[in-house]
Design a protein around this ligand. Sequence first.
Ligand SMILES: *[C@@H]1O[C@H](CO)[C@@H](O)[C@H](O)[C@H]1NC(C)=O
Length: 322
Amino acid sequence: MRVLLIATSLLASFTFSRADEDISTSGIFSPPSVTKDLTSRDGTKIHVQAVGNPNNPHIIFAHGLACTLAAFDPLFEDPLLQATLYMVRYDTRGHGLSGKPLSPAFYTSDRYADDLKAIISAFKLNKPFFAGWSLAGAISADIAANFPSPLPFSGLIWLAALPYLGDILPKVATEKVLSFLPGLQDTKDVALGLQTRIDFVETLSAKNDVVPYATKLGWVGSAVYLPPAVASLALGRSQDPTRLFAEAAAGWPLLILHGSADKQINGTAVISNLAPAFKNVESRLIQGAGHILFYDDEPTIARYLFAFITRVRLTNPYPIKK
Ligand SMILES: *[C@@H]1O[C@H](CO)[C@@H](O)[C@H](O)[C@H]1NC(C)=O
């Protein structure tokens, strides 16, 4: 409680003085980042990084298709979040520096949950929040289907998320992003595969024209780490969202953050289709932000994220008390 109050006042002072160069968080203890290569239950290597103070609320971030944990740099470099949270991010299986098994058996719903179990155990996380960006929003259905109820996750944050794999995809995915899927999965046509990775990156930010060249090169590089055959496995896996909807009705807290200028997933459609299923949901459409909303408008995302975590910890709304 006391920590929360201190953190809240810190947030207030920082938020309202952000332009003031004299404000510094340098007096706050924030241990150096820790990187670990874990082994998930099926032997797949999972590359994980944590920053911040383990005494603060815990949150795990998962990136979207053809990206890596590096996409979250703007949030992980935010001194306010470093000082008030313990943030963990990982390369999802098949991506970045994590293992890339080539059989569908390694991309079942329970394997994705196993990766989180390995992370929770290795980093000693206590009721973490889970933040899934884009395709990783669907990992919330893996959590709900494979952890005991009530879920040992304090709440869920969807960052420009695909809510789950299945019937919802055509309702929320744009024509643009659907047009990239064949080129990302093609194992024969090298020219198409490489060009699609570049085109895909050009639709991440709403302010694409001013994204630094080096940043784009990094994003394209992330996309190259995803083998085309693995893209097929990550996109083609099946999920059962039944348990997700059950936990939604039981009050599992959800924060939906989506950019109004997202060229890949339609935030209005996500909110109108999914928010009604959640008893405890907050939805924010961030004006002018694109698919990589925490790059396009990091201060707004950080503020909503922190306010949500603080509110959930103070009100403890899940599971709903009978
Ligand atoms: C996004 O979805 C909403 C609701 O389904 C729809 O009205 C709107 O036209 C869609 N926007 C775009 C750009 O497709």
